[in-house]
Ligand binder design. Structure first.
Ligand SMILES: [Zn+2]
Length: 119
């Protein structure tokens, strides 16, 4: 592996990730626009739903309705939804309580008294 190849691979990976994020950002928008034009979207008889996060009663929004169309069984209110977006799920390695930083107990604990030993 030459350094040029590694550099090129890194650039390609970054570009791919950027494009992926860009596509994901734009995805729901276009989908919503497409959904707007469609008239066969089934509306639930009961516009209320129970939030799966805080168990509160909320009225269906466009987001929960689109999720329902996709076959979602549980819905989250806006607060729980944004919280799930902003707070990422903890990674497995973050749950491991290891790597505790303990202070060095032996800070020159053994001072050599021999140094000041009288002749
Ligand atoms: Zn909630």
């Amino acid at each position: 592996m030459s350094p040029e190849l590694i550099f090129a691979t890194a650039i390609a990976g970054a570009a791919f990730l950027g494009g992926l994020l860009w596509a994901r950002k734009r995805g729901p928008k276009t989908r919503n626009v497409a959904h707007k034009g469609r008239r066969d979207a089934p509306t639930p008889a009961n516009l209320r739903y129970t939030c799966a996060g805080c168990a509160g009663q909320f009225t269906h929004s466009r987001r929960t309705l689109s999720a329902r169309e996709k076959g979602a069984k549980s819905f989250y209110c806006n607060a729980c939804h944004t919280r799930s977006l902003t707070v990422p799920k903890p990674k497995p390695w973050q749950l491991v309580p290891g790597a505790k930083k303990h202070k060095k107990a032996e800070q020159k604990a053994e001072q050599k008294a021999d140094k000041k030993a009288p002749r």
